[in-house]
Structures are given as C-alpha cells and as structure tokens.
Design a binder for this molecule. Structure first.
Ligand SMILES: [Mn+2]
Length: 369
C-alpha cells in the first residue's frame, strides 16, 4: 500500500526513533546529489556496524547525480541503520502523486526544461534521461509522469516515506527549522533558522542554510553548536558553494569532520592573518568594478563600500558597464604555520585559494605535496 502523498500545507510527519545511548549518530545534511562527496565523507567517518546514519535532508538536486545518490542511500539503508528527514529538495514523489494541476505542471516543465534554473538536471530529469524520454517545452508531461511512476516506484516510495521531523529520546532532526505549527514545508525550508529560533528542549540538528551565510567577514563552513538555543547547524554548502564541504557531525560526542574533494598540500612558509577582510556572498553581491588587469578585478562592494583586491575576473556573474555581481569571494588571508595542511581550491598567479579546517581564504606562499 502506498503511503499518503505529501501536500505542502500538511502538518509535518514526525517519526519517533529509539536509538540506544551507546550508539554514535553520524549526521549529514545537504548532500545535493554529490555522490562523490558522500562516499568521500563516509570513508573518512570509518563507520562501524554500531553507528547510526542520520541524513538531515536535501539528499537531492543541484549536484551532478541525484538519481545515483538516491539509489546509493537506499542501498545504504538496507545495509545499516539509516534514517533521513525530507528536505525541500527531496519530495519528488509529488511529480507523480499530485492530481493533474496546470500550475504545478507549468512548474515541472520549467524545472525540467530550465534544468532547475541552471543548476543542472535533477532527479526527475535524470529518470527521464534514463528512460530516453526527451525533455522540451512540447513534451508530453502526462506520459513522462506515467513512465516515472512505472519505472521508479521504489525510489518514489522511499521519498514518500521520509518524515519531516525525527525525534529520538535525546535529539530532534529537521532540515530547515522546528516549526511544526507552520506545516511541513516550513519545517523543510526555513531560511537562516538560527536567526529566529527559540531555545529547544532537546538538542536539535538542522541543515538547509549554508553555514558560511551565518558569518559576515569570513567564509566559515564549520558546524555551529549553539549552546543557548540547543541548536546544531551542519550545512557545509556542499554543491551550493564552489569551495563548499560536506560535514559529518557526531552525536553524542559533538565532534565533526568534513570532506571537500580538494587536493591537500602543505604550506612552506608561515603567513599572518589579514587584519581586514570581507566576504562578498550570493544575495549581497553587487559591486562596482574599479580596475581590471591580467584576469583580476578590484571591486567596491556596493552596500558596504568595502574595496576588495584580486577578484578573479571569472567570478563576475553579470555585468553592465562597471556594475556587476560576483560569485562568492573573500580576500581573507588565513593564519598559517609552515607545514600546515591546506585544501587547495585554486592556484592563481596572485595566490592560492585554499581552505584550512573549514575556513576559506588565500595563501601567498608556496606549497608542496
Ligand atoms: Mn534545503
């Protein structure tokens, strides 16, 4: 029998789960179809049979392989104890479960043809490709739905059964925020929850909002453990940010590690932290281009008037004369000691864009290894 379809204004489904006190809970959120990062992170976690995997939503979309990631997670769930809550990018069973609705169909058509606003093919598109069903404005959406329904029932059913909230004796897990009174969708898609959350009775783990957006001056993707709110935020910006990472947060120890796929190198010489720096990020990224030479720009951030040097020209997203928007960029110089390990994001003629322990910045010296 089919689980009931999810409608967006419905109350959240809550699943109560018993997890013994002596188990390690490995929390991972916002994989976003990045199967390589998920595999890389799980390898670093050195899982044992006693560990419980807790996926905190947004398994799918935006990254390269939503269908492969979903199948991988479904296999993992057969092999070991795995729970997952539904994120705002995960409820694609609705493609098949909704009654025919012109507005909804227009949304799906735009999503399929527009490749999810440029992020790339998502779960349903990948299913249709696999079935050799062409995607285009003139496609037969009813036939596409029938093909998905017919060929992907296990996948759809897995998504259908995802609760929006998981409660254990000690913890709560929800993708966006714990607002059951506002309905399922609000629980999945509550932006910047930490800014509005009230203190929780139990430690609550959320994803959804890339951690870097909680910081003003630095690009910091480390999980935030907020003791006052009893709130743990873990979205490392995997896929959404070019230098994003996938975090694994461990309960009850409150430790974590991350995976980002970048090559590791050692710095040869120490450098001191920049005294003044800024992070221009998506949503607040309007700049004036002051100078441009050798593939780099000097820009002035419109809102703050902060002047940033050495912005790679290919970070410019849109441009009209001297006004532009830029892809996330910082001029932070990381404090580093000789021999420190860094993840090398990009080597440029004006320094190395890199990461150290979840924080992004620049290194001016030479690397080895
Ligand atoms: Mn999300």
């Amino acid at each position: 029998m089919r689980a009931a379809p999810l409608y967006l204004d419905a109350p959240p489904r809550v699943e109560h789960v018993h997890i013994g006190k002596d188990r390690r809970i490995v929390c991972i959120s916002d994989i976003h179809g990045n199967l390589d990062y998920l595999k890389g992170l799980l390898a670093k976690c050195a899982l044992t049979d006693r560990d419980v995997l807790m996926l905190v939503g947004d398994i799918l979309e935006k990254g390269p392989d939503s269908l492969g990631t979903l199948r991988y997670v479904m296999e993992l769930a057969k092999e070991r104890e795995l729970y997952a809550v539904c994120g705002n990018c995960d409820f694609w069973q609705n493609f098949c479960d909704y009654p025919e609705d012109p507005g909804q169909n227009a949304f799906y058509l735009q999503y399929l043809v527009g490749r999810n606003r440029g992020w790339g093919d998502g779960l349903i598109a990948q299913m249709l490709h696999e079935q050799r069903i062409a995607i285009g404005w003139d496609m037969d959406l009813a036939a596409a739905k029938a093909a998905v329904r017919e060929n992907y029932e296990p996948e759809l059913d897995f998504l259908r059964r995802l609760p929006h909230i998981i409660e254990t004796e000690d913890y709560t897990f929800v993708h966006g925020g714990l607002v059951p009174e506002k309905g399922a969708f609000a629980c999945m898609k509550l932006d910047a929850y930490r800014a509005t959350a009230k203190p929780h009775e139990k430690w609550t783990v959320v994803g959804h909002w890339p951690l870097v957006l909680y910081h003003e001056d630095v690009v910091d993707a480390r999980p935030i453990v907020d003791e006052d709110l009893k709130l743990i935020s873990i979205d490392g910006g995997c896929v959404l940010k070019d230098d994003g990472q996938l975090n694994a947060f461990f309960l009850p120890d409150m430790t974590w590690l991350s995976y980002d796929g970048f090559p590791i190198a050692r710095v040869k010489t120490a450098q001191s932290e920049s005294r003044r720096h800024y992070y221009i990020r998506y949503g607040d990224n309007a700049v004036e281009i002051l100078d441009e030479a050798d593939g780099f720009c000097r820009v002035r951030h419109i809102r703050t008037e902060y002047v940033m040097e050495n912005v790679p020209a290919d970070h410019i997203l849109t441009r009209e004369g001297n006004r532009a928007t830029v892809n996330d960029i910082t001029d932070y110089r990381l404090p580093l000691r000789a021999g420190d390990e860094i993840s090398v994001v990009r080597v440029t003629p004006r320094g190395i864009m890199c990461k150290k322990d979840g924080v992004s910045g620049w290194y001016d010296g030479e690397i080895e290894g």
